[in-house]
Design a protein around this ligand. Structure first.
Ligand code: NAP
Ligand code: GCO
Length: 271
């Protein structure tokens, strides 16, 4: 007999272990907080012990006992060692959020191949490395959730972000491919495509001008967003819990855009 009743428990993450990469602050930190509030055990990494310690203290201030590990997500041996340590010290990872990422805003013809490769390495190769290291245990456990943090630039381009757009476009397709290749093992792989969110990464785009006026890009995003505001990390918490929970067990290969409507809107005409 099929069960056709809904329970709010479907959104619970009780008993689940979640690894969120690059989650000392910003979007990753907010997602980890939401997961903790939904009952998950939080594991995160950063590239230096100092940043891990800062992150651990920040989680403690929120009443969260987080397990922090020093790991550069581009280091394949380091990632393999970290996952083994997590499995020994905390347990099998149920939820992986590939959040760590960088952006370099450089006109393409001024960008070196090395700078381009560095963005691709962190924003695309690393999610591949993390996913291939957690999937075997997820298969043994009989379930898993992988959530890749994509971007507006998974769908759109703009000046100076060629490497980032190439990486995030690739991350969208990696998401769909993991969904395709491992859906049979009850692993769901989806993406979240945040719009323009107020974090350290976008701070340069929101800086007040010398005359006190808003940054031109800031004004541009407000005009391009039906919600007429920048997103906050809080806006990503509910969608992230949904994609990590049993409530989304038949959602696979989907990129959930949390963008205030940017992708649906041609933009407000200049006054
Ligand atoms: P952020 O404030 O710059 O934080 C990025 C995080 O990734 C930091 O904790 C950073 O740690 C970590 N990280 C960078 N390189 C790493 C590496 N090699 N190994 C491990 N950790 C590394 O960025 P954010 O705004 O929170 O963005 C988080 C994710 O959302 C990124 O993937 C970004 O592309 C994506 N996103 C952001 C926006 C937005 O508007 N903010 C919109 C769409 C998508 P360190 O401090 O040690 O470098
Ligand atoms: C930029 C911004 C964007 C956001 C985000 C949008 O320079 O255009 O940094 O790329 O970070 O990815 O979804």
């Amino acid at each position: 007999m099929t069960c056709n009743t809904f329970s709010i428990q479907q959104f619970s993450l009780e008993g689940k272990i979640a690894l969120i990469t690059g989650a000392s602050y910003g979007i990753g930190f907010a997602i980890a907080k939401a997961y903790a509030q939904a009952g998950a055990t939080i594991v995160f990494n950063d590239i230096t012990q100092e940043l891990v310690d800062k992150g651990t203290a920040a989680y403690k201030e929120e009443g969260i006992t987080a397990h922090g590990y020093v790991c550069d997500v581009t280091d394949e041996d380091g990632v393999s060692h970290m996952i083994q340590k997590i499995e020994q010290e905390v347990g099998i990872i149920d939820i992986l959020v590939n959040n760590a990422g960088i952006i370099r805003r450089i006109p393409m013809c001024d960008m070196s191949a090395e700078e381009f490769r560095k963005v691709i390495d962190i924003d695309l190769n690393a999610p591949f490395i993390l996913a291939k290291n957690v999937i075997p245990s997820m298969i043994k456990k009989g379930h898993g959730k992988i959530i890749n943090i994509c971007s507006m630039m998974s769908e759109l381009g703009r000046e100076t972000v060629s490497a980032y757009a190439a990486a995030k476009g690739g991350l969208k397709m990696l998401t769909k491919n993991i969904a395709s290749e491992y859906g049979h093992a009850n692993i769901q792989c989806n993406g979240i495509g945040p719009g323009y969110i107020a974090t350290p990464q976008t701070a340069p785009l929101r800086e007040r001008q010398a005359d006190g006026s808003r940054h031109p890009f800031d004004q541009f995003i407000i005009a391009k967003t039906p919600a007429a505001r920048w997103g906050e990390t809080q806006d990503l918490m509910g969608p992230a819990v949904f994609l990590a929970s049993d409530a989304s067990n038949f959602v696979n290969g989907h990129i959930l855009y949390v963008d205030g409507g940017i992708l649906a809107y041609i933009g407000k005409q200049p006054e």
